[in-house]
Design a protein around this ligand. Structure first.
Ligand code: PLP
Length: 363
């Protein structure tokens, strides 16, 4: 049996008719970028996350870059970020010439809130928190610390659509909740897409201008903008999937629970969820000291796995100029050596999952 890490066509087939109708509706409408589908999706997604405004954008990376920029954070400013996040989180900072100040994660792979205060300097302007692998971070404490030091709080929710801390949606704690709708994300479109959610009208208005060449009225350019517009067809697809996102997340939770119960191997450490937090299991990430051997073993059994992420940003080639050294963030670097994401996707069958579990237990 061959098991892939991601099987995207099954979630398409699950609601195929609705996606096809949405596509035809847009194709026949004669309006393809920033129109009524985008407006409706923005309303619906703002409501889903419990926020007043949503601004649809081109990608999750744009949501991060533009949030930092719209907050006036730039050259010489520092932004605190967890060292084990995806490179895009850090690019959101460095694309604005601001400096990422890395801190170690906790045992849940999320930002270690206890490490924030010691990283604050007079130059610190914001805390950027990633709800990694789909689990909500320790948000009450993080929001409290950010508030106490008057730092902007930006949430990278690219992996956490619908995940909550203390019953409150990720993306609703900071001034900016940044989402990606890249096809592999839990709320994935069928192409690139992203959004920011916020309660701050001024901030939302600025992003709206910024995404469309810096103009509110066409050809009257108030600020130096970008092109980060959301397509109507992607917004229409997202409106379909948003109706089912809780069901889709529940399915992943059931799959995760079956892994929790089924995997019995002393060499493998299972992921944990913090009290008060929940996870939408964007990834199901195990740890193993013999990770390379395990990955090879599974490959031989035709089971695909992925590593999120093999090289932490502070050691990435592109950030060599930041001058970080190996050994500076031991926990982050250990995770990079030991984490392995095993298959979890919409429509994964019992037979497929039991096969994966059996092989993991045999290793
Ligand atoms: C996917 C992802 C992004 C970037 O989103 P794109 O839509 O691909 O630009 C940012 N941060 C995290 C944590 C991600 O997983």
């Amino acid at each position: 049996m061959q098991i892939k890490c991601n099987v995207l066509d099954r979630q398409f087939r699950l609601h195929q008719k609705e996606y096809e109708e949405a596509a035809l509706r847009v194709l026949r409408s004669g309006w393809y970028v920033l129109g009524t589908e985008v407006e409706k999706f923005e309303e619906e997604f703002a409501a889903y996350t419990g926020r007043k405004y949503c601004v649809g954008l081109n990608s999750g990376l744009d949501a991060l870059i533009m949030s930092v920029r719209a907050l006036g954070i730039g050259e010489g400013d520092e932004v605190i970020v967890q060292a084990n996040t995806y490179i895009a989180t850090v690019l959101g900072i460095t694309e604005n010439k601001a400096v990422p100040v890395f801190i170690e994660p906790d045992e849940y792979f999320n930002m270690d809130a206890q490490k924030i205060e010691q990283a604050i300097t007079p130059k610190t302007k914001a805390v950027m928190v990633t709800h990694l692998y789909g689990q909500a971070s320790n948000m009450n404490l993080i929001a409290e610390i950010a508030g106490k030091h008057q730092l902007a709080l930006i949430e990278d929710c690219a992996q956490s659509h619908g995940a909550c801390f203390d019953g409150r949606m990720t993306g609703s704690f900071g001034i900016s909740g940044c989402f990606s709708f890249y096809p592999t994300k839990n709320l994935g479109a069928f192409g690139d897409a992203g959004a920011v959610v916020t309660d701050n009208k001024e901030f939302a208005d600025k992003l709206r201008m910024m995404r469309n060449y810096g103009s509110r009225v066409r050809y009257y350019n108030e600020i130096e903008g970008l092109n980060s517009r959301l397509d109507e067809i992607q917004a229409a697809f997202l409106r379909v999937k948003l109706k089912y996102i809780d069901e889709l997340n529940d399915e992943r939770r059931r799959l995760a629970a079956a892994y929790d119960i089924g995997i019995r191997n002393d060499k493998i450490i299972l992921p944990k969820v913090r009290d008060g937090a929940n996870s939408i299991y964007h990834q199901y990430v195990i740890c193993c000291r013999e990770r390379e051997e395990l990955q090879k073993f599974l490959q031989e059994k035709d089971i695909q796995t992925q590593i999120h992420y093999p090289i932490p940003p502070h050691l990435a080639e592109c950030y060599r100029h930041l001058g970080h050294k190996k050994g500076e963030f031991p926990l982050t670097e250990r995770y990079a050596q030991e984490v392995l994401s095993i298959p979890i996707y919409t429509g994964m069958t019992d037979t497929e999952q039991q096969y994966v579990i059996a092989q993991l237990n045999e290793f």
